[in-house]
Ligand binder design. Structure first.
Ligand SMILES: [Zn+2]
Length: 354
């Protein structure tokens, strides 16, 4: 590299580089960077953060050598862990030092971010933080925009596994864009959280995700995907009623156009009495969850009928308009649904439930 004349006020750090990481991607998905450590005296080490991936090779080579380096014009910044960290910017240059420092290059343990990964089976407590190596088995739904106290954030749930266990994970922000089904990843700085009485893994602002070779012995155990019970506020409701052909081998939808007592099925051509048609009520709810997520749920007739029976309102199943009003009057509900599914399997009035 071309050397340039040094100015008086150039900041120069002399020391040994240790442990340059691979190039990492920030959780925003846009910033690529790498970390290293500079040892500036017998036992003083500073974290080095470089936002110039093009300098990566140079720093990796320097870290593997026994000779000292000079960092010219880095920026010193307070580190989030306390102390000072060294930022490498475009104008920062690295030179091999011609003088031998008075101190020796330390034997350094690997960086903390390269700490051995945690096994999912050990992550059964809240606030466990660390690194995991996992395979993404499948997503539980699409990316949803969720209001949080930090504004609206993209959120996507998935199931991941390693050799010890299977767990649910929630990807936040742009990490939702970094992952695909069937791929294996090393995820640094993830944390466990308690949600609905269950432990899930969550990505954080500082989470780093990199692709790793396929984990072939991932333990796919889906027993934990049980029913979720939560409280919702129903914001909007749409109840649709379809008539189905009473011919049990047909069962196709029939459109009733007028008040004729009989109707011919377009599918099987059987003429039948309108009063014998099977009426199927489907309810779509737009609701707000306890965590302030906007969700869409579906309720099939059977579930609605058991709800109405409990409230002695069975008659409303024949009057979608009044039924919609009745649900909106109640507002707060307990619901049950399978983890990751939007089909409500149990609906209860929160106010009349002890
Ligand atoms: Zn038919």
């Amino acid at each position: 590299m071309a050397k340039r004349k040094l100015d008086m006020d150039d900041l120069i750090l002399t020391g040994y580089l240790h442990n340059t990481t691979n190039i990492l991607t920030s959780s925003s998905g846009t910033t690529r960077y790498f970390l290293s450590t500079i040892q500036t005296s017998t036992n003083d080490c500073k974290r080095v953060v470089s936002f110039c991936p093009e300098k990566h090779e140079e720093y990796q080579r320097a870290a593997s050598m026994d000779c000292a380096v000079k960092l010219i014009n880095p920026k010193l910044k307070p580190s989030s862990q306390g102390g000072i960290e060294v930022h490498i910017l475009r104008q920062t240059t690295l030179e091999i030092s011609s003088e031998k420092p008075t101190f020796k290059k330390l034997e350094m343990p690997p960086l903390e971010t390269d700490s051995p990964e945690l096994l999912l089976a050990t992550m059964n407590k809240e606030n466990v933080r660390g690194t995991i190596n996992v395979k993404l088995l499948w997503f539980l739904g699409e990316i949803r925009q969720t209001p949080t106290k930090f504004g609206v954030k993209a959120r996507r749930e998935a199931v991941v596994a390693d050799r010890s266990s299977t767990m649910k994970i929630t990807f936040w922000g742009n990490t939702t864009q970094l992952v695909e089904t069937g791929k294996s990843y090393r995820m640094k700085n993830i944390s466990t959280r308690m949600y609905n009485g269950k432990i899930t893994i969550n990505t954080l602002q500082s989470t780093e995700i990199e692709v790793i070779p396929d984990i072939t012995n991932a333990k796919e155990n889906v027993d934990f995907l049980q029913d979720i019970t939560e409280t919702i506020v129903v914001d909007q409701i749409k109840i649709t009623q379809n008539f189905k052909c009473s011919n049990t081998v047909c069962n196709k939808n029939i459109t009733i156009i007028n008040n004729e007592p009989t109707v011919k099925c377009d599918s099987c051509n059987m003429k039948q009495r309108v009063k014998n048609l099977n009426k199927v009520t489907t309810t779509v709810l737009n609701a707000t969850t306890e965590t302030n997520s906007k969700m869409k749920y579906i309720l099939f007739q059977e579930t609605m009928e058991s709800f109405l029976a409990l409230n002695e309102k069975e008659i409303l199943i024949n009057d979608p308009d009044r039924l919609e009003d009745y649900i909106l009057e109640i507002e707060h509900f307990f619901i049950c649904h399978a983890d990751g599914s939007d089909i409500i399997t149990k609906l209860q009035n929160k106010d009349t439930t002890p």
